[in-house]
Structure formats: structure tokens, C-alpha cells
Write a protein that binds this ligand. Sequence first.
Ligand code: PXL
Length: 286
Amino acid sequence: MKSIKRQKRVAAVHDLSGFGKCSLTVALPVLSAAGIETSALPTAVLSTHTGGISGYTYRDLTEDMRPFIRHWKSLDLQFDALYSGFLGSFEQLDIVGAFFEEFKTKENLVLVDPVMADNGTLYKVFTPEFATGMKELCKQADIIVPNLTEAALLLGQPYNPGPYTHAYIEETLLRLSELGPEKIVLTGVYFQEEELGAATYDAHTNTTDFIAVSRIPGSYHGTGDIFASTVLAGLMNDFSLNEATRIAVRFTANSIMTTYLAGTDHRFGVNFEANIPGLLKELELV
Ligand code: PXL
């Protein structure tokens, strides 16, 4: 057991999708399990996520966000990390940018997961202008966690489906850090068909790292949110960027494996819950 420390607090800016584990229904349990107090600034409320499920309801919470932020400011709340993911409208890019400006301190961390696309295509609720706006938001971040589709959109370059070369990944990491963020975690990285993992870059130390695990067949919804939330959980528990990324790759892969073996619908998200005890061991919390 680690000695008792001051509890860290994170503000998570994501949608709440009622069914189909992703965004807040992943960020809250993962961060809470890792001992972190997690406040939610919801961007939208949906009956399900938008990936491969039709007929979902969509309540855009743009109008609630500024009053939410004002109230938090009036309470003089402080956060150890500001963590944004799926935003509910174009206007929210500015609102979240202003939120970062208000709550950024010298010590805390701004992590932007530029959730907007995967497998070479934008999610259907977003426009190319949204991608341009997301690039501006990323400039305010200390860490960004894009997949390779999002990286291509942020850099205005064509999507490359892989397998990748080390040179391509290193160049992409460098160009992303030139946007502003000191640390980059790139997901969906693979050099051979049978693997999948992530790459990191830290501009402060000018170091790059790769971690890959065996690829599990299929594409599983919500895994990007599990991954990014776990990277943050690791960082908030004082692991280095590379250690936190390794923990996140293993936890995400284990959750996918549990789901693959169970044969459940990939659109409904993965069984990360079964793997939380393993995560807590990796985080040295038990
Ligand atoms: O996991 C990303 C995500 C989050 N929230 C909503 C989504 C998606 C991806 O499709 O639709 C509502």
C-alpha cells in the first residue's frame, strides 16, 4: 500500500452516453478506482454513443457549460488535471479553452484527448471545421492523446492506415508537439500487422518510446477513452509518461481480451470492470 497522500482531483469534460461504455461512463470509474476525485463537466447527454448505433437521443449541454464553470470558479475549486474528451458542439471548443485558461495553474496538467475520428474518418457529428478548432484547443494542452486519424486531422495530412515505419511515427510525434503540447501519446501505432500499441514523445527530454501488445481481432468501442483515462490515472499516481502509457496499453488490451473471449457486441464497449483489480495492482494501489 502506498502511504496516504493528498487526494488528487480531476475535472473530466466529456459527454455522458447512457449506454455503450465510453467517455464519462469510463472516465469516472477508471479515475475513481485509481483513487482520484473526479468532477464531471458534461458536454452532452446521449442515450447511447454515436458509433454504429442509430436512433440515439442527443442533448447538447453547450448552454449549461459557462454557468457550470462560473459556479465552480465561485467555489474557488482547484484541479490537479483538466481532462477533455468528446465535445458536444463547435462552440464548446471555445468554452473548454476558456475553462482551461480559468483553471490552469503552474502545477496542474491539461490533457486533451481530441476525440473526433477513427479509422480514417471523422465521427458523423463533427465537421472539418471542428477538426481545425480542435487543433487550437490542443495548443493549450500539456499532453494530447490522439489516435492516428486524429493526428492526421490535427496536422492537415492524409490519413495513413499503416503499418507504420518508426520514421513516420517519430515525425508525427514531433509535428504534434510543435503544435504546443510538451507530451504526446499517440494510439493505434503498429509496425507489424500482428501488434497494436502506442508511442510517446516528451519534448522536454526529447525522448520517444513505443509499446505494443498482440493485436486482438476486431474494433471495440470506447477503448480510446479507457486508454486516455488510464494514462491520466497513472500520471496522477506519479508514474512517468512512459510507465503510465504502458499501464494503459496493458489495461486496455486486457479489457479487449475479456470482451473478445466473451463474444459480446463490440459496439457496447469492453469489460474494463473485470480488469480493474489488475489495474490497481499495476498502479501499486493494492
Ligand atoms: O469514444 C468516443 C466517443 C465518445 N462519446 C460519444 C461518441 C464517441 C465515439 O463515437 O459517439 C458520444
